[in-house]
Design a protein around this ligand. Structure first.
Ligand SMILES: Cc1ncc(COP(=O)(O)O)c(C=O)c1O
Length: 382
């Protein structure tokens, strides 16, 4: 491998974060959300690392579930958006998947299908996100029709998604939760409601199942961190090296458009990582990086294959010096992906899922499958 850019994936940290989610909600089952290739970390590798801990996984679509089955994952997998076409039902059955239903056409398709054994179904209610799910007007009727079809569907759960579980202002979240609690008791339904922020901050939202996603990867979705979220460990470390150094006088523009101008004589480290790797081009001057454990900042616009950092105050830094773009540096220093995301006017989710296939993933930790075929299977990309 020639280019020094790499995404190190710490499977021990993934297991630690999963255990934290589980410990917060010991009376719920926590399924591991590993959609979008486990938020960019590699779904098959992450699923194997969590396989002995989690009772189930969740993905967005059947292709993601299929990749997991091909990668040797036998645990239940929930399709969070259900099926996109009724023709998927035989495959859902043969792969042993659980499916969400959020629309009338899906209910009709399920009721018209004659499976060999009933398919576990999670009924999605729109409690205020206004994205997917049955409204209050329809939920009872849908629930009853599915309940009556016990030869075709089983294990009915009520699921819903929170729009503002990560916000400091709790009123809308509480309104959603109240509505869901009312319907869960009216239907006598086991629930699956809590995403990461609710898992971290809202025990009231815990149900038979919880659905933590981003927290498993060490990102803290809360605007105001709490004791639980401070215990998360970064799973992905995106690191590279300085491949060239520019010694510049004061007043010199750096990079495309000359956005950053040296305020004084400066040393600029050119790092092998760019938006062609998924590093966000919206990163502002001042976005933090770690240069051999020391904090430094982005100076100039991100290009496709490179970015530039100010190493004026780091005289020891030169060609070959390690640069951590987020994650844990070899010295133990941590730069959270959440902090980087704030400098890019985005959220950690887009940075993590945005790391492109050009960046090799290297897996470490106890969760790694020991057999020789594992690394080949881990390279199953969606
Ligand atoms: C339906 C659903 N459940 C759970 C999650 C996990 O959310 P988080 O990553 O915030 O924990 C998501 C994420 O987008 C989702 O769409």
């Amino acid at each position: 491998m020639s280019r020094p850019l790499i995404a190190e994936i710490d499977l021990d940290a993934l297991r630690h974060n999963y255990r934290l989610a589980q410990a917060l909600a010991p009376h719920s089952q926590s399924l591991a959300v590993i959609k979008a290739d486990a938020y960019g970390h590699g779904a098959v590798a992450c699923a194997h690392a969590l396989d002995d801990l989690t009772p189930a996984f969740a993905v967005a679509c059947i292709e993601e579930a299929q990749a997991l089955r091909q990668g040797g994952i036998d645990k239940p997998i929930v399709l969070l958006e259900g099926f996109f076409q009724r023709e998927e039902l035989p495959l859902i059955e043969s792969l042993g998947l659980w499916t969400a239903v959020h629309s009338e056409w899906q209910v009709e398709a399920l009721l018209a299908y004659r499976p060999g054994r009933p398919i576990p179904v999670w009924v999605k209610m729109d409690s205020g996100m206004h994205r997917l799910g049955f409204s209050e007007q329809h939920i009872e009727g849908v629930w009853q029709r599915l309940l009556d079809a016990s030869d075709r569907v089983c294990d009915l759960h009520l699921m819903s998604h929170f729009a503002t579980a990560d916000a400091l202002e709790p009123r809308y979240f509480q309104r959603q939760l109240q509505l869901l609690n009312d319907w869960a008791s009216a239907l006598n339904a086991p629930t699956c409601l809590a995403n990461s922020p609710a898992t971290l901050a809202w025990p009231e939202a815990y149900g038979a199942w919880n659905r933590p996603g981003v927290m498993l990867y060490g990102s803290d979705p809360l605007e105001g961190a709490n004791d639980a979220s401070r215990g998360l460990k970064p799973v992905m470390t995106l690191r590279s090296e300085i491949i060239a150094v520019q010694e510049l006088g004061a007043g010199e523009p750096v990079g495309y458009g000359g956005r950053w101008i040296t305020p004084a004589p400066s040393r600029i480290g050119v790092v092998a990582a760019g938006y062609g790797d998924g590093y966000d081009r919206h990163a502002r001057d001042g976005t933090p990086v770690l240069v051999e454990g020391q904090r430094s900042v982005l100076a100039g616009k991100v290009s496709m294959d490179m970015l530039t950092v100010d190493i004026t105050d780091l005289p020891q830094a030169g060609i070959g010096t390690r640069v951590t773009l987020w994650g844990r540096d070899a010295s133990g220093a941590v730069l959270s992906v959440d902090e980087v995301a704030r400098h890019c006017d985005t959220i950690s989710y887009t940075l993590l899922t945005g790391v492109l296939p050009r960046v090799p993933r290297r897996y470490h930790g106890a969760g790694l499958m020991p057999d020789a075929g594992a690394s080949a299977r881990y390279n199953v990309r969606l």
